[in-house]
Design a protein around this ligand. Structure first.
Ligand code: NDP
Ligand code: 2IT
Length: 451
């Protein structure tokens, strides 16, 4: 069959849209990848004939289940849980679990699809998966969260395993939830094994895992800046979110001599023109993980800081922007605002935080733009290292893991430039990440034949 006989991008996307009605986030994520892969596959008939991209955009399986639990007032509550096992060509399914009221099958399918490319980029043997539930941890007691996690794991445990599928944290799932879920898995199976990552240090967790995503996103930004002869030092940064990824990104920017001006949550953002210090960042970590408070409280605590209710931080002038909260939190107008205020580099700690239109604005303006699947891969990379340590029954120290994380992020940056460097030196990191991530998984799938 001649190459021209194969479906084009438009026909391919029409099929994806038809087969996944209403799943806007999933369709968006596939579209962003397909644009680059169709160009890359133009002269590669074998990928077309094997329908490789179509197969990658069809999860191996989607498991959906009921999660019942009892709240503190003895009301029976019912949530929906999922695990999307997207692709295990290059290793066991691997990816986080998200507890948030906005979780739908579409959201988890997009995340599992993205994870497949991200995990491939790390160079470690991990396939792509994602799970979660439409459970809202906000305002719940520890006991309620524990009962929910136990009920969630009572179904999930039969679908996962250290060589099958290894979940971790994501939005609404941190050390506390991983602890409850690991405890339930162990109780149900009578096996201690590395079935989850992001575990506590006392029971097989890895040093540097809590820091890895945020630090990694800053290392990726530093690599992009270095490639153009620049550095983080002396630059201002606007960060969204105030969870695991955002606080560790803020910490690393600050350590490298940058000045963090903002943080946010779903209620609004705080602007601190004096910039953050380690002390202020530690205060936010405590606020969010122990007190479980709101970012608005920052403006009451630190003079000079202001709170902007219901707003996102992208109109604040800055050199660097790090969206670290959630998907589609930075749109076309906000991207334009960043560009007109002189932003130099954007590194995504979150998954797909910038809309397709926003990404186009950055590319047209030739802004250094690191997409989540490359920039935030440090988290899952250190999860991969946690799996290795669990299998070998050893623990590496944080110094060694810190070096490994730095090297892994440098390796990902190199892969992106290999496939993304344009004439004149501008790097299209989206294209680079998509093609490099795709190639490894595609070639593994080719080796397996039609399965
Ligand atoms: P956390 O739960 O620790 O923090 C999430 C933060 O984002 C909170 O500040 C939360 O505010 C905010 N947020 C969540 N949903 C929304 C929303 N709909 N609108 C506005 N703000 C929102 O999660 P993480 O820091 O772990 O995750 C943040 C992002 O990073 C996600 O996109 C995740 O997929 C991605 N990521 C995480 C990795 C990890 O290792 N944890 C690895 C790679 C990517 P509020 O408290 O108001 O809900
Ligand atoms: O989006 C992500 O990469 C994560 N939430 C981390 C996944 C993991 O398995 O560590």
């Amino acid at each position: 069959m001649a190459v021209s006989d194969h479906v084009d991008l438009e026909t391919f996307m029409a099929g994806v849209t038809k087969r996944n009605p209403g799943q806007t986030e999933f369709i968006q994520a596939v579209h962003e990848v397909a644009q680059d892969i169709f160009e890359f596959m133009e002269d590669k008939v074998h990928y077309h004939e094997a329908q490789i991209l179509r197969r990658m955009a069809e999860p191996d399986r989607v498991i959906s289940f009921r999660v019942c639990w009892e709240d503190d007032n003895h009301n029976v509550r019912v949530q929906r849980g999922w695990r999307v096992q997207n692709n295990n060509a290059i290793g066991p399914y691997k990816g986080g679990i998200r507890f948030h009221p906005s979780v739908t099958e579409s959201v988890l399918k997009f995340l599992a699809f993205e994870q497949t490319f991200k995990n491939s980029l790390t160079g470690l043997p991990m396939g792509g998966g994602k799970g979660g539930a439409n459970f809202n941890p906000r305002g719940k007691s520890d006991a309620e969260v524990m009962r929910f996690c136990q009920s969630f794991m009572s179904e999930l445990y039969r679908h996962i395993g250290p060589n099958t599928d290894v979940p971790a944290g994501d939005i609404g799932v941190g050390g506390r939830e991983i602890g409850y879920m690991f405890g339930q898995y162990k109780r149900l199976t009578n096996r201690w094994e590395g079935v989850l990552t992001g575990k506590g240090q006392e029971y097989g967790g890895s040093q540097m895992r809590p820091e890895a995503t945020g630090y990694g996103a800053v290392y990726f930004l530093r690599n992009m800046l270095k490639h153009q002869g620049m550095d983080v030092e002396g630059h201002t940064a606007v960060i969204s979110g105030s969870g695991n990824v955002a606080t560790h990104a803020a910490e690393k920017i600050t350590q490298l001599g940058g000045k963090v001006l903002t943080m946010s949550d779903s209620g609004g953002f705080i602007h601190d023109p004096d910039g953050m210090t380690q002390e202020k960042i530690d205060w936010i970590k405590h606020l969010k993980t122990v007190k479980r408070g709101r970012i608005s409280e920052y403006a009451d605590e630190f003079s000079g800081a202001t709170y902007h209710e219901g707003k996102r931080p992208w109109d604040v002038a800055c050199d660097l922007a790090l969206p670290c909260a959630t998907q589609n939190e930075l749109n076309e107008d906000e991207a334009k605002s960043l560009v007109s205020n002189g932003v130099k580099g954007v590194s995504e700690g979150a998954n797909m935080p910038t809309t397709l239109e926003g990404v186009k604005v950055f590319h047209d303006a030739k802004i250094m733009y690191g997409p989540g699947k490359a920039a935030n891969a440090g988290g899952v990379a250190v999860s991969g290292l946690e799996m290795s340590q669990n299998s070998e029954r050893i623990s590496w120290n944080s110094e060694r893991l810190g070096e490994m994380l730095t090297d892994l992020m440098e390796g990902i940056h190199e892969k992106c430039t290999e496939y993304g460097e344009q004439e004149g030196g501008y790097v299209d990191y989206v294209k680079g990440a998509n093609i490099a991530g795709f190639k490894k998984v595609a070639d593994a799938m080719m080796a397996f034949g039609v399965v």
